[in-house]
Design a protein around this ligand. Structure first.
Ligand SMILES: NC(=O)c1ccc[n+]([C@@H]2O[C@H](COP(=O)([O-])OP(=O)(O)OC[C@H]3O[C@@H](n4cnc5c(N)ncnc54)[C@H](O)[C@@H]3O)[C@@H](O)[C@H]2O)c1
Length: 345
């Protein structure tokens, strides 16, 4: 771990965009539990069930140090006013249109939220200087790279979805703002994040929904188990721990610019079919009866990549941490939450 590593500074004001989202909610909660002041913003869009977003917000409301503002980050004037009024020290930009497949059908919203919205955050950080801007990138920037594990120094100029292009663009934009306006910034390439209260648009959540709706699950791996897809599945608590440790520790990266990009992934990829079998087992445990998915195999989807696998050495060197939660442990927590939340038997 670096010599000058700083613990979470509880005297600072943290602005978290996408606070009603999966990762934003858990990060906000963890900071609030430790007594930090958190300004959460989110446009509560209906990309997935908004009830889940309201449930998350309800869990944050009782913290005195929490302020929630419903706003779209593409609204430049309101974003500037929020920075002016609340003077955040640390900004964590998690608001974005997520999802690889959705970006094939709905490109506009990716440009609006991920490019224009992120540009507004950068501009606000320029005009109302902050100690650190931390922002979400994605493992999808590695595209169809063959060399595994994926390292932060790898060539990532071949994104295979518009979603990935917007995330790579964010890294370039942040570098430029860091260089020109001395904004300390850190980009985080998250690797398939899962857990309780997660995103219903993600496969593991959809599989559980299908089971209880009596529908088969579609597996986009060509039914080829020898050459199955691999994913570095990362449990939500590990992602939050990684972000928290980086918050007060901006780094100096290439060309002496205060901008750096880190992978946060499990560093232990699983075959998609192993993940699905584990999910079946965990659901059976939660329900106290044996359940099995009815499986339909389909060709891999455009924009999907065959494998994701993170190196975590850079993260470990910086903050002395690497994600380690096993899928058995993480998925059990997800299925226990799911069965309780949706009251399924
Ligand atoms: N979950 C993952 O596996 C994963 C992997 C890689 C990267 N990421 C990135 O991490 C970040 C958080 O992801 P998540 O899984 O929590 O997603 P999420 O969709 O649950 O959270 C994003 C939140 O941002 C809000 N939002 C979207 N556009 C907005 C806008 N224009 N203005 C204000 N709010 C807006 C949404 O309402 C949502 O609540 C995103 O940037 C995502 O691209 C996530």
């Amino acid at each position: 771990m670096r010599q000058d590593f700083k613990q979470l500074d509880k005297s600072k004001t943290y602005l978290i965009t996408g606070a009603a989202g999966f990762i934003g909610y858990y990060l906000s909660k963890k900071l609030l539990e430790q007594g930090c002041r958190v300004i959460g913003i989110d446009n509560i869009n209906d990309y997935y069930d908004v009830n889940l977003k309201y449930t998350r917000l309800k869990n944050l409301e009782h913290f005195e140090q929490f302020t929630f503002i419903k706003v779209d980050i593409s609204d430049k004037e309101t974003i500037n006013n929020i920075f002016k009024e609340y003077k955040p020290n640390i900004v964590v930009n998690l608001a974005a249109q997520a999802g690889v497949r959705y970006s094939i059908e709905n490109p506009d919203v990716y440009i609006q939220s991920n490019i224009i919205g992120f540009y507004n955050i950068l501009e606000a950080c320029r005009h109302y200087p902050v100690d650190h801007l931390v922002y979400a990138s994605s493992s999808s920037v590695y595209g169809a790279n063959k060399k595994v594990p994926f390292a932060e120094t790898d060539f990532v100029d071949n994104p295979v979805s518009l979603y990935a292009s917007t995330k790579k663009s964010n890294e370039l934009m942040a570098f430029t703002y860091s260089h020109l306006y001395k904004i300390p910034a850190t980009g985080l390439r998250f690797f398939t994040v899962y857990g309780p209260m997660g995103r219903p648009d993600m496969a593991y959540f959809g599989f559980a929904n299908n089971l209880f709706a009596g529908e088969p699950i579609k597996i986009f791996n060509n039914g080829d188990f020898e050459n199955d897809l691999y994913r570095d599945f990362t449990y939500i608590d590990d992602i939050v721990e990684g972000i928290e440790r980086l918050l007060n520790n901006p780094s100096v990266g290439e060309n002496n610019v205060a901008h750096k990009v880190f992978n946060i992934g499990n560093n232990d990829p699983e075959k998609l079919m192993v993940f699905i079998e584990t999910l079946e087992k965990c659901l059976s445990n939660s329900l106290g009866r044996e359940v099995q998915f009815e499986k339909v195999f389909e060709p891999i989807k455009p924009g999907d990549v065959p494998a994701t696998y993170a190196t975590t050495e850079m993260l470990q060197q910086a903050v002395g941490f690497k994600p380690e939660t096993s899928i058995e442990e993480g998925l059990q927590k997800f299925t226990d939450w799911y069965c309780d939340y949706y009251k399924v038997k």
